[in-house]
Design a protein around this ligand. Structure first.
Ligand code: NAD
Ligand code: TDX
Length: 335
């Protein structure tokens, strides 16, 4: 395969590129990335000299660059997005541009160039929120009901992919996955923010009472899910991808992290809640039944490995963490 990866210098994209080049050395990858605040050029230092890898600095909204690259590849794996819910609440405009118009730009060019496969990476956040006390899970037929500007922009992008499939018989697949964690995760997000705060001698800010829940999926399990969909998935289909444990309350997750790091609960600081704060849990039985995928990582050992990775890579996050914490200070002053 000749793959165009978009947003390959971010968290999941860089893990995917490393995974794919290791497991499919016969394939080549072009990584189109704008290098926003969320990217880190150190994420792919070890593949930079791989002859099957090429980096192109550019925006998915730039039709000229996108058209030029589409003529050189047969498959697209589309990760590029503005990905942080708190930033979307602060200013939704870039989310509409990148996540909606950017996806549309890629779809039109891919259609024009008759590429063989377009795989769109989406999120469980498009389905809205699971009520407290319910053991329901999102699946492929759950109606869309986004809460944040971020999830609304991802839902809109998904609708365009689905409309292209129906209208033009466009060869696309979609995965809606739950919260990823693992190496190279930006320190603005809960798990890396918590670990790096502790390493820096600061408390962990928990929104509200910490009762909201997330379904944690190790990024390597996610990469294997994308792989199985690319190799065996049915064109036009959506697959939901989640972790082994299901919904875990943020406070329980933070306590697990503190235990791994040998700290007590005095390191928790309860702060103002996020507006429209959702709960997520994903039923991954379709991808299991039809394609044989299942997650391998249990949350306990996955978190232990992640704490170890961050402890050994404190230089990797120093600069990006500084910018992230400045963003949070600004956001708190506004609210
Ligand atoms: P990220 O924020 O870490 O990385 C996004 C990357 O996209 C960055 O490298 C950034 O520079 C690039 N990018 C942003 N705008 C661009 C543009 N206009 N043109 C080109 N490149 C651009 O994001 P992530 O956490 O790796 O998420 C990747 C994808 O997975 C996103 O589509 C996100 O919605 C989805 N997703 C993420 C999670 C998660 O837990 N992280 C869960 C479900 C779905
Ligand atoms: O400091 C914090 N304290 C806290 O309690 C932060 C940053 C978050 N939280 C809470 C809010 C959420 O309930 O932790 C949970 C996780 O928050 P984030 O790490 O911001 O992730 P989330 O909002 O769940 O979204 C993530 O998963 C789905 C990704 O950022 C999205 O791109 C993806 O689609």
């Amino acid at each position: 395969m000749k793959i165009l990866v978009t947003g390959g210098s971010g968290f999941i994209g860089s893990n995917f590129i490393r995974y794919w080049l290791t497991n499919h050395p016969e394939d080549s990858i072009i990584n189109l990335d704008k290098l926003t605040y969320a990217a880190n050029t150190k994420n792919l230092f070890d593949v930079e000299n791989n002859p099957n890898y090429r980096f192109v600095l550019g925006d998915i909204l730039d039709e000229k660059i996108v058209d030029e690259l589409m003529s050189q590849i047969d498959t697209v794996v589309h990760f590029a997005a503005e990905s942080h819910v708190d930033r979307s609440i602060d200013d939704p405009s870039l989310f509409v541009k990148t996540n909606v118009l950017g996806t549309y730009t890629l779809l039109s060019s891919a259609l024009k160039h008759q590429i063989k496969r377009f795989h769109h990476i989406s999120t469980d956040e498009v389905f809205g929120s699971i009520p407290f006390g319910s053991d329901a899970q999102f699946n492929e037929v759950t109606p869309y009901d986004p809460s944040s500007p971020y999830s609304a922009s991802k839902a809109s992008a998904d609708h365009f992919v689905r409309a292209f499939i129906k209208t033009y018989k466009f060869p696309a697949t979609i995965t809606n996955c739950s919260n990823n964690y693992g190496p190279y995760h930006h320190p603005e997000k809960l798990i890396p923010r918590s670990i790096s705060n502790i390493l820096d001698g600061k408390k962990i800010p928990v929104y509200g009472q910490g009762l909201n829940f997330r379904d944690w999926l190790h990024v390597e399990d996610h990469c294997r899910a994308i792989e199985v969909v690319l190799l065996k998935g049915k064109i036009g289909e959506t697959y939901c991808v989640g972790g082994l444990k299901g919904g875990t309350a943020n406070i329980d997750l933070v306590k697990m992290l503190l235990k791994v790091m040998g700290k007590d609960e005095s390191w928790i600081e309860y702060v103002a809640d996020r507006p429209a704060h959702d709960n997520y849990s994903v039923d991954w039985s379709k991808i299991n039944r039809e394609l044989g995928w299942e997650p391998k990582y249990d949350l306990e050992s996955g978190l232990k490995a992640t704490v170890e990775w961050y402890t050994n890579h404190q230089d990797w996050y120093k600069e990006t963490k500084k910018e992230a914490e400045e963003f949070y200070i600004k956001l708190n002053k506004k609210n």
